[in-house]
Design a protein around this ligand. Structure first.
Ligand SMILES: Cc1cc2nc3c(=O)[nH]c(=O)nc-3n(C[C@H](O)[C@H](O)[C@H](O)COP(=O)(O)OP(=O)(O)OC[C@H]3O[C@@H](n4cnc5c(N)ncnc54)[C@H](O)[C@@H]3O)c2cc1C
Length: 385
């Protein structure tokens, strides 16, 4: 019998298995599809400075662990060695004023001309921006596969195409039979809530859909990661909020999905392809939904980066972010024999490996490298749903 069963083979499950196995635990990871088949592979994969303080230690530790992974696995192309910088773009004077209120010590507030000098491809209609030195690009699916391989090398078993139906402390029912372990760790991203219900726990993790478009390789167009400062919100249920039966009964939601909040995010990969997002909409089902958000994003990109209008779109995809009401993950025990590491909202890559280390230390009862209090799963009950 393994010491720990980890459910989910995204960035969180794979790094959790790695961190547990490296500390001497016997680990079995169960994934219903293939590794990184959920949000992880569909993300933009950026390691951006987190917006809130509690995430800082997870971010710093994740950076360190990913560097280690890239070095061990020879994955130079899966992770920027050095940050390429992030430009938060103000598209209105009001946005620029808000950016000016909170300029970090290492940040530089830019007027319109300075923004156009930093990113000559942008339309001259922009108002200004904030340039930060941080921001690294990753290939999150490759990092996940590398973390799983590191887990295997430390003795873990990684079993894909096994769907977990129910969990209880120390036990899981799967489509392959019954599994037992000292502790079960739920790392099933946006699907963790349903699994937690089977053990009698309510974990407020709601799926928030995001669309991305990826272009064919083009000559250099973007130097930094460019983020529009602030999402334009849409009518109806907001990302992370519940969708009510009355929302479903109303208008187009049941047929077309909820409306998306949108903001332009764009970066160019080392291979020349450009990734463009981002949208946020409460999701009601898997598969394509709220696809109008993709059109809105494309329109926004053509407006802000005019040269993009004539660039070939190679593929588009969408994924489900595991959103919590405060956008912080749940990391820790739900009860003896059952723990969780899920709900990373928009930050699962940038905080992934650090989260894996933290839950591994909590499960093994060793000193955690950072205070786990902000991530306590008991917050879920305090939210009152
Ligand atoms: C468009 C988009 C852009 C994003 N950009 C960024 C970014 O730039 N930076 C960043 O930090 N984050 C970003 N994110 C968020 C990030 O992708 C997620 O927070 C992160 O991937 C969550 O990882 P996870 O391992 O918890 O979930 P997932 O990657 O979804 O993994 C969960 C796994 O559990 C498996 N599973 C589910 N149910 C079961 C079951 N019953 N039995 C067995 N296995 C099961 C699934 O198949 C899946 O593989 C983005 C997300 C999206 C959608």
């Amino acid at each position: 019998m393994p010491d720990v069963i980890v459910i989910g083979g995204g960035i969180i499950g794979a790094t959790t298995a790695w961190q547990l196995a490296e500390r001497g635990a016997e680990v079995l990871l169960l994934e219903r599809g293939h590794l990184a088949s959920g949000a992880t592979r569909r993300s933009q994969g950026l390691l951006l400075e987190p917006e809130v303080d509690p995430m800082q230690p997870l971010f710093a530790e994740s950076n360190r662990l990913y560097d280690h992974l890239a070095e061990r696995a020879g994955l130079e192309l899966a992770l920027d060695r050095e940050p390429i910088g992030t430009l938060f773009l103000a598209t209105s004077e009001a946005q620029l004023e808000r950016l000016a209120e909170n300029v970090p010590a290492d940040g530089r507030l830019l007027d319109r001309d300075a923004v156009l000098e930093a990113e000559p491809g942008l339309a001259p209609t922009v108002s200004g921006g904030l340039l930060l030195p941080g921001g690294r690009r990753t290939d999150p699916a490759a990092l996940t596969a590398a973390a799983a391989e590191m887990a295997r090398r430390s003795g873990a078993e990684i079993r894909c195409h096994v769907d977990v139906k129910r969990v209880s402390p120390g036990a899981a029912v799967t489509d392959g039979g019954f599994e037992r372990a000292g502790t079960i760790v739920l790392a099933a991203g946006a699907w963790s809530r349903r699994l937690a219900h089977t053990a009698g726990h309510e974990l407020l993790i709601r799926p928030v859909r995001g669309w991305l478009a990826v272009t064919a390789p083009v000559p250099p167009l973007l130097r930094h990661i460019v983020y529009e400062a602030g999402y334009a919100l849409a009518r109806g249920p907001q990302p992370g909020d519940p969708v009510l039966m009355s929302d479903l009964a109303d208008g187009d939601v049941a047929v077309f999905g909820t409306r998306s909040a949108t903001a332009m995010t764009a970066h160019q990969n080392a291979d020349g392809s450009i990734m463009v997002g981002a949208t946020r909409a409460p999701a009601l089902r898997e598969g394509d939904e709220s696809a109008g958000a993709l059109r809105d994003t494309a329109a926004r990109v053509c407006q802000l980066l005019p040269a993009m209008a004539s660039v070939e779109v190679e593929t588009t995809w969408n994924g489900l972010r595991p959103f919590t009401p405060d956008e912080l993950p749940y990391i820790g025990h739900l009860e003896d024999g059952l723990a969780v590491c899920a709900g990373h909202s928009s930050d699962g890559i940038l905080a992934g490996a650090g989260s894996g280390r933290l839950v591994a230390e909590m499960v093994l009862g060793t000193e955690p490298f950072t205070d786990p209090a902000p991530f306590s799963p008991s917050r879920s009950h305090a939210d009152g749903d």
